[in-house]
Write a protein that binds this ligand. Sequence first.
Ligand code: ADP
Length: 286
Amino acid sequence: MSLSGFAVDLGGTKTAAARIEGGKVVERRQRATDPGAGMEAQLDALAELLAGLGFEAGAALGVAVAGRVDKDGNWHAVNTGTLRAISAAPLGENLRRRFGAMARPVNDAAAAGLAEARLGAGQGAHNLAYLTVSTGVGGALVLGGRLIDSSNGLAGHVGFSSSRFGDQRCGSGRLGTVESVAGGRAIAAAAGLPDARAVFDSGAHELIIDRSAAAVAALIGDLTAILGLDRVVVGGSIGLAPGYLERVLGHLAGEPELFRPAVVPAELGHDSGLIGALLFATEAAR
Ligand code: ADP
């Protein structure tokens, strides 16, 4: 794999930057994301991380961000609780101005899904969905080898679809979404604990964790009905938490066979957003 260049993964909690060679992260730097910072301040932080990695303007650079990136490269927070100062920020234009013509923005789950499709657990699948069960529930669709995009940048945000298990609102503002039941924020709120990790560690909230897995299994069945998926790759800290995928598979076993694609864990771990961001920038430049 000849994929080489630089990548950034700007999430709600941390911003990671990496130098990638031969499809692998060879050097990485990270700092906490300032959730209240506007685009320029986020770009300053990113420039510092990249400078430490030896980046020079004009090199291939992919930038994965939490939130929507529309067809004009404008960046919108979807969950305004996460990056509250980001609203229609002209990210694509400013990335090119500051970092050169090869710099491209992309949604973080789309990047991770693209990486899994090309280099990870999704290789060889025809119609693939990537699901990340983390603070929220994100996703990406790679159909016939093509990452599905949309002019408003919302395509692939599968966690905002309705769930029969849901009766709360999630950060998108929609009622009864998969994310409102299955995401880390929802799991923590249901258990009255500070975060989802504490819920898993307590061992005392099996029903809450199981409801999350049931909602993800139903989502897989729904997506399969709509898109004819042959494989689903599951990532995110909750998706990859011990025992979680087994629970999803347990619930999926209750679906008719036609609605049960192969469901496998993500292979690229925390590097998938970085690798996918660079893949996206490289493929877009072709
Ligand atoms: P992000 O949401 O920023 O993409 P992660 O994929 O790491 O990041 O997801 C963070 C969520 O995963 C939080 O809700 C956190 O509590 C939860 N989490 C992190 N580690 C674990 C773990 N080992 N087991 C269960 N939940 C975890």
